[in-house]
Design a protein around this ligand. Sequence first.
Ligand SMILES: NC(=O)c1ccc[n+]([C@@H]2O[C@H](COP(=O)([O-])OP(=O)(O)OC[C@H]3O[C@@H](n4cnc5c(N)ncnc54)[C@H](OP(=O)(O)O)[C@@H]3O)[C@@H](O)[C@H]2O)c1
Length: 271
Amino acid sequence: MSKIVFIGGGNMASCLIGGMIANGMASEKILVSEPGAEARQKLSELHGIETTADNRAAAGQATLLVLAVKPQIMAAVVKDLATALGHKPAVVSIAAGIPIAALENWLGSEIALVRAMPNTPALVKSGATGLYANSLLNDQQKQLVDQLFESVGYACWVEREALIDAVIAVSGSGPAYFFLILEAMQKIGRELGLPEQTAEALSLHTALGASRMALESDATAAELRKQVTSPGGTTQSAINSFEQQGLENTFRQAMTSAVNRAEQMSEEFTS
Ligand SMILES: NC(=O)c1ccc[n+]([C@@H]2O[C@H](COP(=O)([O-])OP(=O)(O)OC[C@H]3O[C@@H](n4cnc5c(N)ncnc54)[C@H](OP(=O)(O)O)[C@@H]3O)[C@@H](O)[C@H]2O)c1
C-alpha cells in the first residue's frame, strides 16, 4: 500500500501524525521509521500506526516521505535513503535551514522535493507552515502536502525558496517573539502590583483574544489597533511610547537578523 512515511518519530512527526489521523486519515496509511524502541512503542500506542527501525524499507513503501530528523543528521539519513527511492515518492523535509539544493545533492537524483517550515504551535494544532517545492511536485502530491500541514494549523506556499528565510523570520521564529512580549508584559504587570498568576492569565488571554479578533475580522491589524485606541486615552499613550522608542525598527532589525542567520545556515549545508 502507498503510505505516508515519516523518517524520525519525534515531536514534530507525532504532531503531524496526530493531526492527519484526527482529520480522518486511516492509521494503516501511516508508517514511521524511528531508531528508539521506546519512541516506536509510544507512537504505535498513541496513534495505532505501524512503526519500524528500517529507514530504507519504510521509504520503499512511501508515496509521501517526510524527513523529520534533526538537521545535523539529515545528510547521513538522506544519503542512506537515496537508492531506496527509485519509485519516486514526493519527499518533504521539515528540517530548519536545509536547502533544496543540499537535499538534491544528497539524493543524487531528480525527485519532487518540498521544504516545509512549520512552527512549534503545530504541537497544539495551531501551527503556521510555509512551504516551497521544486518544479517536480505534481498537483496530487501538493494536495497531500497541504492536507498534512493543514491538519496542524495554517499552511501556505511561497514562490521562491529564498522566501522560506522570510517565513523563518515571521512564523518559524515568531512564537519566541510573542513569548518574549508575554514575558515582558507579565513582569511589568507584577511590578505594577498584580499577583503573578493574574498578570500571567491576563496577558495570555489578551494575546489569544487579540489574535482571534485579528483572524476573525476583515479589518487589518492597523485598523483594529486604531479601533481600540481612543484619542487621548491610555492605549494611545502606550502606543505613542512604543512608537517613540522605535518598536517597528526594533522588529525590523531582529527579523533581518533572523533572515541573515537562516541564509548563513543554508550556506553551511550547501558548501
Ligand atoms: N519541534 C518543532 O517545533 C519544529 C519546528 C520546525 C521544524 N522542526 C524540525 O523538525 C525536525 C524534527 O524535530 P523534532 O522536534 O520532532 O525533533 P525530535 O523530537 O528530536 O525528533 C527527531 C527524531 O528522529 C529520530 N532519529 C534520530 N536518528 C534517526 C535516524 N537515523 N533515522 C530515523 N530517525 C532518527 C530521533 O530519535 P532519537 O531521539 O532516538 O535520536 C527522534 O525521535 C527537525 O529537523 C527540526 O528542525 C521542528
